[in-house]
Design a protein around this ligand. Structure first.
Ligand code: PHE
Length: 399
């Protein structure tokens, strides 16, 4: 066991091509006695809880992605356990904070698999982090379900990697059509996060469809996560006189970009994807994000009984908070996992993998979920518009 752990940790280090940085968050990969749960030997009639791992960014510039997913997963697990659990056992979630960093995501997943002996892993939200950790799950043959990673390459990492959301070729097309047909945009500019697989992919899919429709991409600039000054790129884009600016990034940078763009006098519409979804977007971007449109996985305003029920229990559980898309996706991911476990008939990774691949017509909060042969979900997207600091439902787009 220990040898395997070390081996996985080694893969993790090789995959990210770097040694772990020093600091308190980077204790040596060997499990310290204090953090090791008492050993257990699984058996057919095991009455111990079934362990599920979850890794996500609970801290850092993408922190709301992880914390929001957590709440959704927890709510689902509590409901499942209250109803008696699965296969006569309770579910237990073990959570690792990857701080939004690739090398931490690798370690998080290695720990969950080797130290905690989880039967499956839920995570990540950010595609680059799912891409980093998926090969570890695949090699260990532990199913990974990403609730929210939309880059197509994620599930191509292997047959143990699943997602319950749509993919970016669809999301990019939805936003390009909305820009061209609804907003009548003809000159779009793009500002992408160049080291973020999600951002780069989504920018490309948007550009492809927008030009196919006859529009022009008049400027295409880039930045990197944690940048705080975007004025050079925005000044250059301003000179191209765009009528729409597509910013397929995450909320922290997007909020700052919108702000600086308005300060520089850019008056065009701002558009983005699901990475905008955070209460922090309006907190950071203020008035500058008002009127901005983005695509997302669900809206609380959609009229479906699954949504009404979920939003009500979420608010009751989390002091009136309104769940973002990640919370809904985390909830759906945990429920789909439980459903597949029940169909598998035993808490064994290979049987669970086979059952997950058979997921059909699951009535989730974020839509009816059927996994295709590439282990992706085909589902509608919603477009929302920021109004008074809140995303307001505009329309749903079927695939
Ligand atoms: N789709 C984004 C990615 O793949 C993550 C995300 C999903 C962010 C949902 C916010 C809401 O990186």
């Amino acid at each position: 066991m220990f040898r395997l752990y070390g081996w996985l940790a080694l893969i993790a280090l090789t995959l990210c091509g770097c040694a772990r940085p020093g600091g308190p968050a980077s204790a040596p990969p060997s499990p310290s006695p204090a953090s090791v749960p008492s050993p257990r030997v699984p058996s057919a009639g095991d009455s111990e809880p079934i362990r599920i791992g979850e890794y996500g960014s609970l801290t850092g510039s993408k922190a709301t992605f992880g914390t929001s997913t957590r709440k959704g997963v927890d709510l689902a697990i509590e409901e499942i356990n209250r109803a008696g659990g699965v296969l006569g056992r309770k579910l237990e979630v073990i959570v690792e904070d990857d701080q939004g960093k690739q090398e931490e995501a690798n370690l998080a997943v290695s720990k969950l698999i080797e130290r905690d002996n989880v039967v499956a892993v839920i995570g990540e939200v950010a595609s680059s982090l799912s891409l980093a950790a998926a090969p570890i799950c695949q090699t260990a043959r532990i199913p990974m379900i990403t609730p929210a990673s939309t880059n197509p390459a994620v599930t191509q990492k292997g047959d143990y990697i699943f997602r319950i959301c749509f993919i970016d070729p669809f999301q990019g097309t939805v936003m390009a059509r909305f820009a061209h047909r609804t907003l009548k945009s003809r000159r779009a500019a793009i500002l992408r996060d160049i080291r973020n697989d999600y951002s780069v992919g989504l920018a490309d899919y948007f550009a492809q469809e927008f030009t196919r429709l006859g529009g022009a991409i008049v400027g295409d600039e880039s930045y990197q996560e944690n940048d705080t000054d975007f004025k050079a790129q925005l000044t250059s884009l301003r000179s191209k006189k765009p009528d729409a600016l597509f910013i397929p990034g995450y909320y922290t940078e997007v909020g700052l970009i919108c702000k600086q763009a308005r300060e520089l006098g850019l008056t065009c519409s701002f558009l983005g994807g699901d990475g905008w979804d955070s209460p922090q977007l309006a907190a950071i971007g203020g008035d500058a994000v008002e009127g901005g449109y983005f695509s997302n996985h669900y809206s609380v305003a959609e009229k479906r009984p699954e949504i009404a029920r979920f939003v009500e229990s979420f608010r009751a559980r989390y002091s009136g908070e309104t769940p973002e898309a990640m919370a809904a996706l985390g909830y759906d991911a945990a429920k789909i996992l439980a459903d597949a476990l029940a169909r598998a008939g035993r808490a064994a990774p290979a049987a669970l993998r086979a059952a997950l691949a058979q997921t059909k017509g699951f009535r989730g909060v974020t839509g009816i979920i059927t996994l295709d042969t590439d282990r992706n979900a085909v589902k509608p997207a919603v477009i929302v518009q920021m109004k008074q600091g809140q995303p307001r439902y505009v329309q749903s787009i079927a695939p």
